[in-house]
Design a protein around this ligand. Structure first.
Ligand SMILES: NC(=O)c1ccc[n+]([C@@H]2O[C@H](COP(=O)([O-])OP(=O)(O)OC[C@H]3O[C@@H](n4cnc5c(N)ncnc54)[C@H](OP(=O)(O)O)[C@@H]3O)[C@@H](O)[C@H]2O)c1
Length: 265
């Protein structure tokens, strides 16, 4: 099987990086199963991609904070006769309010969306990938996993988990023809900061820190096909990530505490 004749499941395909992955993979001839909560957005994107590229594009409106969602998505794929060869575990967001002031059900939903659903979807696509001897999984981590601890609720911890588990999965699965990559973008133009409520602060960050989602997607796809377990897209992000690694933990803590652009003043 080649990496451009496959079916890809993309979560969070209604906006930002996920929608960009859908356009990118459709342009290469992949069939798609697109998942997010906003069905109308998914429908419009699917109509566009079917017309433009002649691919098969199915959609499923699902809320990944629902514990039943990963199984329901895979059941739907089976009903539709879709074998998932590529998984883009992308859906995500960041809370902004302080941990101690946030109700547990909101924190629980973040963990379900970006830890449990990510892990469960990976687990559920693996039997098919192993049977076919081919698979590509991209898990959206973040440069936050490589940076000083931040004030964005659980975000740094969640993305650190995704960063490490992706590498462990890659080690386990490479012998079966399955590559796993933790894709670690920095600031990327999308709806992320609108959802987080930090658009004004984000707009004040220097332009050099920002990437377009197209560049992130292209580099991430190249990395997973080359078998690279970690991809930090863009030169500026690579330099930032490399410069953070040798810094002692206590200094990382100080930097995180002092330079959080999204901290309430
Ligand atoms: N943008 C950045 O600067 C940046 C940097 C590093 C990492 N990332 C990561 O990249 C990924 C994509 O973010 P983005 O920047 O593209 O943000 P975005 O434009 O806000 O898109 C987020 C996507 O996730 C979906 N989503 C959110 N909650 C969901 C839920 N409960 N169930 C199903 N789908 C859900 C949204 O769809 P619906 O609202 O329709 O459900 C949307 O399609 C995230 O994991 C994020 O942490 C982003």
């Amino acid at each position: 099987m080649s990496s451009n004749n496959t079916t890809a499941l993309i979560t969070g395909a209604s906006a930002g990086i996920g929608a960009c992955f859908a356009r990118f993979l459709a342009a290469q001839g992949h069939d798609l199963l697109l998942v997010a909560r906003r069905e109308q957005r998914l429908q419009e994107l699917a109509t566009e991609l079917r017309a433009q590229y002649g691919i098969r594009c199915e959609i499923l409106a699902a809320d990944l904070t629902d514990r039943q969602a990963p199984k329901a998505i895979m059941d739907y794929a089976t009903e539709q006769g879709l074998e998932i060869d590529v998984l883009i575990n992308n859906a995500g967001l960041s809370g902004k309010t302080a941990f101690s002031e946030t109700p547990w059900d909101i924190l629980d939903a973040e963990l379900q969306l970006m830890v449990t659903a990510v892990t469960e979807l990976a687990h559920r696509v693996l039997p098919g990938m192993r049977a076919r001897g081919f698979g590509r999984i991209i898990n959206l981590s973040s440069i936050a996993a490589l940076s000083p601890p931040g004030g964005s609720l659980l975000y740094s911890g969640i993305k650190s988990y995704v960063f490490l588990m992706s590498q462990s999965l890659d080690m386990e699965l490479k012998p079966y023809g399955i590559h796993v990559t933790a894709l670690c973008p920095g600031f990327t133009h999308s709806e992320f900061h609108d959802v987080m409520g930090t658009r004004d602060a984000a707009n004040h960050l220097p332009g050099i820190l920002w990437q377009e989602p197209e560049a992130v997607v292209k580099e991430g796809w190249h990395a997973v096909n080359k078998g690279q377990p970690v991809c930090v897209p863009g030169t500026v992000n690579k330099l930032l990530a490399a410069s953070m690694r040798p810094i002692p933990t206590r200094i990382q803590y100080f930097l995180g505490k002092t330079f959080n652009p999204f901290k309430e003043s």
